[in-house]
Design a protein around this ligand. Structure first.
Ligand code: ZN
Ligand code: ZN
Length: 266
């Protein structure tokens, strides 16, 4: 068996998918998740991740970057901390750019390979937004990206500066990963949490090309992709709630969607 062979379940899901990144299609609303890879090591270790794990992998870089920022001989403490903050800001722009320009496009529904690529990048998350095990990026995605980012910083400024910038960027990345998990699994009461969660629900269920920042709306505000109306927020929250009910009903063996008595044709 090839290590990266896909499951039949994934192939069927992608075949049935229309190639559009948006709200979950009816057939995918019955469950939180599907299995992607046949190989157990690839599926359980490389392609999924418990939400705590990015903190374990990247925590040491976050701490070491900060330590380097305040102890560096090449940079004053102020300049070191400024670089660290620049690293955080760099992450927010990367988060926005990847999501807006690399993850959100439409592919021809008849082109299976193109659909599969897009599904693996971002389609899965929009079709199964509540999959606890695929909400923070797994090593298969985050580690190669980390190597590229560190390499770019190293080329720009050498080892010490790279560690400071990279510490900031990984801090921003971790904040994003956890903020994203929070938006899908918690109901915040504080105003900042509410803003982040609601804008992301609008992205998932209403205005798919807007609210591309997840950890903050900064770049949406600057680049004109901020989408927020009271109606959009209300409808998006209702859609998220309805999807959760469908999954719970399905898990409890009750009829779902069109089969449910309240939705049956009169
Ligand atoms: Zn998206
Ligand atoms: Zn999401």
């Amino acid at each position: 068996m090839l290590p990266f062979a896909y499951t039949d379940e994934l192939i069927e899901t992608v075949e049935a998918w229309d190639g559009t990144i948006g709200a979950p299609s009816p057939r995918n609303r019955k469950t939180d998740r599907i299995r992607v890879f046949k190989n157990r090591f690839v599926e359980d270790v490389l392609a999924t991740s418990h939400p705590i794990l990015p903190g374990v992998w990247f925590g040491p870089f976050i701490a070491f970057g900060l330590y380097t920022a305040v102890t560096s001989e090449a940079w004053s403490i102020g300049a070191g901390l400024g670089l660290y903050a620049l690293g955080i800001l760099g992450w927010t722009l990367l988060e926005y750019s990847l999501h807006r320009w690399a993850f959100h496009f439409h592919v021809d529904p008849d082109d299976f390979d193109a659909k599969m690529r897009l599904f693996m990048l971002h389609g899965y998350h929009h079709e199964f937004p509540n999959d606890k095990w695929r909400l923070v990026a797994p090593p298969l995605l985050s580690w190669p990206l980390a190597v590229i980012v560190f390499g770019a910083y190293w080329l720009m400024g050498g080892t010490e500066t790279a560690f400071i910038l990279f510490g900031g960027t990984t801090a921003g990345y971790l904040a994003y990963d956890w903020a994203h998990y929070y938006t899908h699994h918690f109901r915040p009461k504080n105003p900042v949490g509410k803003l982040i969660r609601r804008s992301h629900m609008v992205h998932h269920y209403k205005l798919f090309q807007l609210n591309m920042g997840i950890s903050s709306p900064l770049w949406d505000w600057i680049l004109g992709t901020w989408g927020w109306t009271e109606d959009a927020v209300k409808e998006a929250l209702a859609a998220d709630k309805a999807a959760a009910k469908e999954r719970a009903d399905h898990a409890a063996g009750k009829p779902v969607g069109k089969e449910a008595p309240e939705n049956a044709a009169k």
